[in-house]
Each structure stands twice: as C-alpha cells, then as structure tokens.
Design a binder for this molecule. Structure first.
Ligand SMILES: Nc1ncnc2c1ncn2[C@@H]1O[C@H](COP(=O)(O)OP(=O)(O)OP(=O)(O)O)[C@@H](O)[C@H]1O
Ligand SMILES: [Mg+2]
Length: 235
C-alpha cells in the first residue's frame, strides 16, 4: 500500500518505472517532495538515481507510473516545464562554455542580479568566459542561475562531482536556503553524510528500487548500514 502524501507535495512519483528503450532500470518507485523540503536520493553506482531524475525532468520517457507536479500530471516539453518552475542541474553542469558568466546568467530565467544576490562569489567573475572557470566556479554558476529563476522544484544530480569539500558545503548551504524559501529539492549526492546534514528526508535506491527511506537523522544513524549495502549491492 502506498503512503498517502500531504497536499503540499510539489513533486510526487507514484509507482514510477523508468529505463531505456523500454527496458526498466528503475521500478515501482514512490518519491515525494514537499515545498520547502530537501530530499536526497542515495544509492550505489548504477542504482538508477540519474535515470530517476532524468525521467522526472521529462528528458526520458517514463515506462510506467505517474509523475505529479503540484498534484497534477504533466507531460510537457522542456521550455514549458521550465516556465512552470522545474530546474534541473545535471552532472554535466550545462553552461555555455564560450560565453561569459554574465551572458550565461542573462540567458537564465532569473537574470544577473538575482543570481548575484544568491551567489555573490560570481560578481568578480562576470566577464570571464565559463570555459576558463574552475569546476567549483562553474558549479556556483549553474546553481546560482538555477536558483535565481525561483523554481518550484529543483533537481540536482551530484553537485559535489569533482569539487573541494568547502565548495560543496557552500553549494549545499545555497540549496538549503533555497528550500527554506520554499523550493522543493530532490538531489542525488554521493557525499551522503554531508547531504543528510542539510536534508529533511532521503531515499536509498538499490537495484532500481527504494530499499530504505526516512528522515535525515534516521538515515544518518543508519549510514554505516547504507554504505555497507553500497559495497555489496552493485546494480
Ligand atoms: N543511456 C542508457 N542506455 C541504457 N542503459 C543505461 C543508460 N544510461 C544508464 N543506463 C543503465 O541504467 C542503470 C542505472 O543508471 P543510472 O545512471 O541511473 O545510475 P546512477 O544511480 O545514477 O549511478 P551513478 O551513481 O554511477 O551515477 C545502469 O545499469 C546503467 O548502466
Ligand atoms: Mg548518476
């Protein structure tokens, strides 16, 4: 039986089955994110975390189940979803490398000033081409640009990839603050301990299914058990 979900859910997956070429790699997944909540999706490599986010974002067609935004099922093209408040930060950090930081921010829906309010570190970098930024600076840009648009839902896949711990702390702080301002966040993060410290709740995916879920404190306590399962449960 599925748990009933509070009326404030901005994103809900019900019995989501997703995969590639009609072959499921994620099966019967129930996930719910309320406004103002940071929810982390944990799990070993190949568990299906990215596949889940891609499907929620509409970049992959779902095989079965439902994806609801604000309690309403939507199958919209990307530009319409963006207008309705879904931001997706992928592992690739999709900024335009040959354009400057300022130009990239202008192309975002939130504009330059809103991004600088949230991430003042970008101010001295405005006229630099993104291709010349460090990995951490690029990630600051993608997070600043995404949050400046005031999305209702933020999806983030591995903010920490290749970044120094201090930068990750800063990025997680930005995500937490955005949630405190009302954004619903679903993030995938390998740095489970750090993520759980700023999250409200989490789910553990193993072999494409939710194997554990709970409040952040509960999952922090069970982290040794979760990480041990990572080592034994490849795909
Ligand atoms: N384009 C694709 N075509 C077919 N199978 C794919 C494709 N992309 C991913 N897969 C498979 O789907 C499964 C889940 O992959 P996914 O990328 O969602 O895992 P993940 O949990 O994000 O892993 P990681 O922690 O390594 O990023 C894996 O077995 C992977 O090989
Ligand atoms: Mg992934």
């Amino acid at each position: 039986m599925r748990t009933p979900v509070a009326g404030t859910a901005v994103l809900e997956c019900r019995g989501l089955t997703a995969g590639y070429g009609g072959v499921p790699v994620v099966q019967d997944v129930d996930i719910c994110v309320a406004a103002g909540e940071v929810v982390v999706l944990l799990g070993p490599n190949g568990a299906g975390k990215t596949t889940t986010l891609l499907t929620v974002a509409g970049d992959l067609p779902r095989i079965g189940g439902e994806i609801l935004f604000d309690g309403e099922s939507r199958r919209l093209p990307l530009y319409q979803r963006a207008r309705r408040g879904l931001a997706f930060i992928t592992e690739e950090r999709s900024a335009f490398m040959s354009l400057t930081v300022r130009e990239n921010l202008r192309l975002g829906r939130g504009g330059v000033d809103a991004a600088l309010d949230l991430v003042p570190e970008l101010a001295p970098l405005l006229d630099r081409r993104v291709g010349l930024l460090s990995g951490g600076e690029q990630q600051m840009l993608t997070v600043g640009r995404a949050l400046a648009a005031r999305p209702a839902v933020l999806l983030a896949d591995e903010l920490s990839l290749g970044l120094a711990p201090k930068i990750l702390d800063r990025l997680l702080g930005l995500v937490r603050r955005a949630a405190d301002d009302g954004v619903g966040v679903l993030m995938v993060e390998q740095q489970a301990r750090k993520a759980l410290r700023i999250c409200d709740r989490g789910y553990v995916l193993s072999k494409g299914r939710v194997s554990m879920e709970g409040g952040a404190e509960d999952l922090l306590r069970r982290l040794p058990e979760i990480e041990a399962a990572y080592l034994s449960a490849r795909t």
